[in-house]
Design a protein around this ligand. Structure first.
Ligand code: NAD
Length: 305
């Protein structure tokens, strides 16, 4: 299949690579020339660089976007007010499905889906979980918001990048699943960070405490797979200076999306609001690029090493 792939960052780069390995032909675009060259260098026969999102989409049979935030997705699909002809929608053939894998808000997805539908292109939201490791290994989970027909159409493409392709419901529900999961993850990480910090301050060996938690009722992914206390899990970001992993600023963005969406439906998020403030503060102190589990250092009054 001829696929336009736009956004070749930490996630999009390895996802696009897996599509090439699955035998697809790609036309790619990113603001970073280095990211584009990385992909073209992989297989110059089957990967071609495009000069704009519109050029990438011109003869595509499917368009995939993997971008940071709502404003980037809107700019790539619609172009800029000064130059709408750079956008995907200005060139993509009628009927070609658009798949947005970025984490953005459900309302923007629904609005962009209406714009795309008006010119005959169905749009599915398909945000992912599994992180950069899952993107490289092709084991991502995709949470897909689409009509049943569109889901059936995009599922084979997503299978080239992921292991679990879940149909969540109508357009926008993939994003609903994603932001609710990340809301819970942000809160559970702060909870584990508090408990580990208190235990260490009161004198218990953090390894012993983590072992108890992980076989008791406090067990959760933030404790048993991604523990924020350095040295407890050798492969967790906490044990390598909080480098790599999922950045504070991306978590901050996702918490902002959850809090905004909650306001629209009048749903209180007392812990979500507090979690957002803590990540805001930590980012403001200059740590936005660290892994989000570094929030434990804020609670301990420490700076990164
Ligand atoms: P990233 O910042 O590494 O990559 C984004 C890429 O988009 C960059 O290469 C950037 O140059 C490109 N870009 C930005 N604006 C553009 C534009 N107008 N036109 C073309 N290219 C543009 O981000 P990422 O970590 O790959 O995350 C992408 C999305 O996936 C985000 O929405 C994030 O929340 C979500 N996500 C990330 C992870 C993770 O672990 N990193 C996990 C799950 C979901």
């Amino acid at each position: 299949m001829r696929i336009a792939f736009i956004g070749l960052g930490h996630m999009g780069g390895p996802m696009a690579r897996n599509l090439v390995q699955a035998g697809h032909h790609l036309r790619v675009f990113d603001l970073s020339a280095e990211a584009v060259q990385g992909l073209v260098g992989l297989d110059a026969q089957r990967v071609h660089a495009a000069a704009s999102p519109a050029e990438a989409a011109r003869d595509a049979e499917c368009v995939i976007t993997m971008l940071p935030a709502p404003q980037h997705v809107e700019a790539v699909l619609c172009g800029t007010p000064e130059d709408p002809s750079r956008g995907v929608l200005s060139s993509v053939p009628r009927g070609v499905p658009l798949i947005d894998c970025s984490t953005i808000d459900p309302a923007t997805v629904q609005r962009l889906a209406q714009l795309a539908a008006a010119q005959g292109n169905p749009l599915a939201d398909a945000p992912v979980s599994g992180g950069t490791g899952g993107a490289a290994a092709g084991t991502l989970t995709f949470m897909v918001g689409a009509t049943p027909d569109l889901f059936a159409q995009v599922q084979p493409v997503l299978q080239g990048m992921g292991q679990h392709i879940v149909h969540c419901g109508a357009t926008g529900t993939g994003q609903v699943a994603k932001i609710c999961n990340n809301l819970l993850l942000a809160i559970s990480m702060i909870g584990v960070a508090e408990a580990m910090s208190l235990g260490a301050a009161l004198g218990i060996d953090p390894q012993v405490l983590a072992g108890i938690v992980n076989t008791s009722s406090g067990r959760c992914w933030s404790a048993d797979t991604y523990n924020p206390y350095p040295g407890v899990l050798p492969n967790a970001p906490a044990s390598r200076g909080y480098s790599g992993g999922f950045g504070v600023d991306l978590m901050r963005k996702d918490l902002g999306l959850a809090n905004d969406a909650a306001r629209q439906v009048h749903q209180p998020l007392p812990l979500g609001a507090q979690a957002l403030q803590l990540y805001e503060l930590w980012s403001r102190q200059g740590h936005g690029q660290l892994d989000f589990s570094s929030i434990i250092l804020l609670l301990q009054g420490q700076r990164p090493a």
